[in-house]
Unconditional design. Structure first.
Length: 610
């Protein structure tokens, strides 16, 4: 019997159960044919051991075996499982399934999986809409800015480099310290530890505008990505390289992979972020430094906290030599000094234009700094309805931090050229001086400080920025991961023998109980309390729709189908396995780039529903 011919409510034997698990899960891995090809062989074949045990054999890939036990011994323990039950569980636990299989897939397909980011879909979405979400709080803005200013860090005692965190009004809001010696990793192999320490050594030189980009990207991904119980997400070097439009290596006209040097440049900046400790506060105190017999004005702040914690690291090894090639991904999380700005009642979430990431941190440093500042200001001004309020030229010059090697005329030219470029790139809608520049004063002694820098310019955001900033973006939540399921499957997979509870109870009216050892180690998650199952095979009546391949994927068809089903766009997107914002933009025909993976998910969903 073909899979399409299996009724949704037919109780499945081992052969059809294995097939159904593969067919219902495969859409989560459509862009990874190397996995599906291997799974398909095992899903549609039966080894001699499987025929005898009616359960997975030892030769089955660990990833597919983990999937099988996910349904038979955790989600639906001792239940008679149907195709519909599998489909519902996959829709509900798709993010958990991806996390569950990660380690298995890295071991089974290291050549491919080490280069793959778990955040691929989130990066695809960001590239489609041309922005990411970020905190628009002033303290967050200042902490991000300090990671760009290596020259501000001074050695106050051996091994400690410190910088004051100062706002635009000259007020000291906190202190930042570099502590690379406290950024070691525990529980990793010696060669991996050595690679990490090598990156830590360049901490100070790694502080620049690209480091600020990674600060924003990691906090964004932390808001929208699945987390472990300890709050970590996986950050992959691909995430940053794709957003920055870094070109891959090519050979004979064929695209290969990102250069190891580009990956190293990303990861050494992540290491730098994990080496920065911050203390915020307001109260000033006077301290006498008796060693130097002089007064120093210091500040009393809260205890220092590092901004980012690092967990496990993912290292690529050379297939021939076995030597470590480089760190491709790390587990990372912002600490409690940052998280209040990302979640909870104090958050203020706005958008950050992707051009910020794509401008060069060498030649377009000023563009990056100004674009970040404007995005920050536009969130505040949208709320206060003061978008027409002009900016002082002197304020913007301080933000851009234009090099002192330029003379007055060059500074003005660079200032205006940068604003023209931001307008051309649609980072801003338009800009203009609030009053006409008096050219007779230009070029005279002191004209920059005494005249031109005191002028104002009006800079307006694009309509899209205003529209997004008016939304309650604080409701943007990351998918939930059920860590109990993952731990349960790990315990089952580590067992030398795999109990065939489902297979044995299938053919008998008596219910076999799990062993005491298994019962103690496994917390069952029952999704099927409301469903009454028959102990017999029952062939139910069903109808087929022929030529489903001819169902066309169009925004109109999608909207009509969702409306006819009486469900929300959010619910439909959840069933498809894509973000509801992506589906909403598709229906409104606002997607700027085609995403074949999302198209396939939408098309499959349409074929199933029509």
């Amino acid at each position: 019997m073909k899979y399409e011919d299996l009724p949704d409510h037919l109780t499945l034997n081992y052969e059809y159960l294995k097939m159904s698990i593969f067919e219902e899960v495969k859409y989560l891995f459509q862009d990874r044919p190397y996995i599906l090809n291997e799974w398909r062989k095992e899903a549609y074949g039966l080894s001699e051991e499987e025929m005898i045990k009616q359960a997975p054999g030892k030769s089955m890939k660990a990833s597919l075996r983990a999937l099988y036990f996910l349904f038979t011994q955790t989600l639906y323990s001792e239940k008679r499982i149907t195709k519909k039950m599998i489909r519902e569980a996959v829709s509900r636990y798709q993010e958990t399934i991806k996390i569950l299989l990660t380690e298995h897939l890295i071991k089974e397909f290291p050549e491919y999986e080490i280069k793959r980011s778990m955040n691929k879909e989130k990066i695809d979405e960001a590239l489609e809409r041309d922005f990411i979400y970020g905190s628009m709080d002033i303290d967050y803005h200042l902490m991000r800015d300090i990671v760009t200013k290596k020259k501000e860090f001074k050695e106050v005692e051996p091994g400690y480099l410190t910088s004051e965190i100062i706002d635009n009004r000259g007020n000291v809001r906190g202190l930042a310290e570099l502590r690379p010696f406290q950024s070691h990793l525990t529980g990793v192999a010696k060669d991996q530890q050595a690679m990490w320490l090598e990156m830590i050594e360049s901490t100070l030189s790694s502080l620049d505008e690209m480091t600020a980009d990674l600060f924003d990207l990691i906090t964004y991904l932390w808001m929208v990505s699945p987390k472990t119980n300890d709050g970590f997400i996986e950050f992959h070097s691909n995430d940053a390289l794709r957003l920055r439009n870094v070109k891959k290596r090519t050979s004979k006209g064929r695209e290969l992979d990102f250069r190891e040097e580009d990956r190293f440049n990303i990861m050494k900046r992540v290491a730098a972020l994990s080496s920065i400790w911050v203390s915020l506060g307001e109260q000033k105190v006077k301290v006498i430094n008796t060693a130097e017999i002089q007064d120093n004005e210091l500040y009393k702040f809260k205890d220092f906290q590092k901004m980012f914690e690092i967990g496990k690291i993912r290292v690529a090894y050379d297939k021939k030599t076995g030597e470590a090639k480089g760190i491709y991904a790390v587990q990372v999380k912002p600490t409690s000094i940052l998280t209040p700005y990302l979640v909870g009642p104090n958050q203020s979430i706005g958008i950050l234009d992707l051009k910020v990431f794509q401008y060069s941190h060498f030649t377009q440093r000023e563009q990056k700094r100004l674009a970040r500042y404007l995005n920050f200001q536009w969130k505040i001004r949208t709320i206060k309805r003061s978008l027409q309020q002009p900016f002082k030229v002197s304020t913007l010059l301080k933000v851009m931090d234009i090099s002192s090697r330029y003379n007055g005329v060059q500074i003005r030219d660079k200032f205006e050229t940068i604003l023209d470029e931001l307008q051309k790139d649609e980072v801003i809608k338009n800009w203009a001086y609030s009053e006409e520049v008096n050219e007779t004063k230009v070029g005279k002694k002191g004209w920059i400080n005494q005249y031109w820098s005191k002028l104002s310019v009006t800079i307006l955001p694009t309509d899209m920025v205003v529209e997004e900033n008016q939304k309650n973006l604080g409701l943007y939540k990351s998918p939930q991961i059920d860590e109990r399921i993952i731990q349960s499957i790990k315990q089952i997979s580590q067992s030398d023998s795999f109990p065939a509870f489902y297979a044995s109870s299938f053919y008998s009216d008596s219910k076999e109980q799990p062993s005491k050892g298994m019962e103690a180690n496994m917390e069952v998650v029952d999704l099927n309390k409301e469903i009454k199952m028959s102990a017999r095979f029952e062939q139910q009546s069903f109808h087929f729709v022929e030529n489903l391949q001819n169902v066309s994927l169009t925004p109109e068809t999608m909207k009509e189908t969702i409306d006819s089903l009486g469900i929300s766009i959010r619910q439909a997107a959840g069933e498809m396995g894509i973000a509801h914002t992506t589906l909403s933009r598709y229906i409104r025909k606002e997607n700027k780039r085609q995403n074949k993976n999302n198209d396939a998910k939408m098309h499959n969903w349409l074929k199933e529903k029509i």
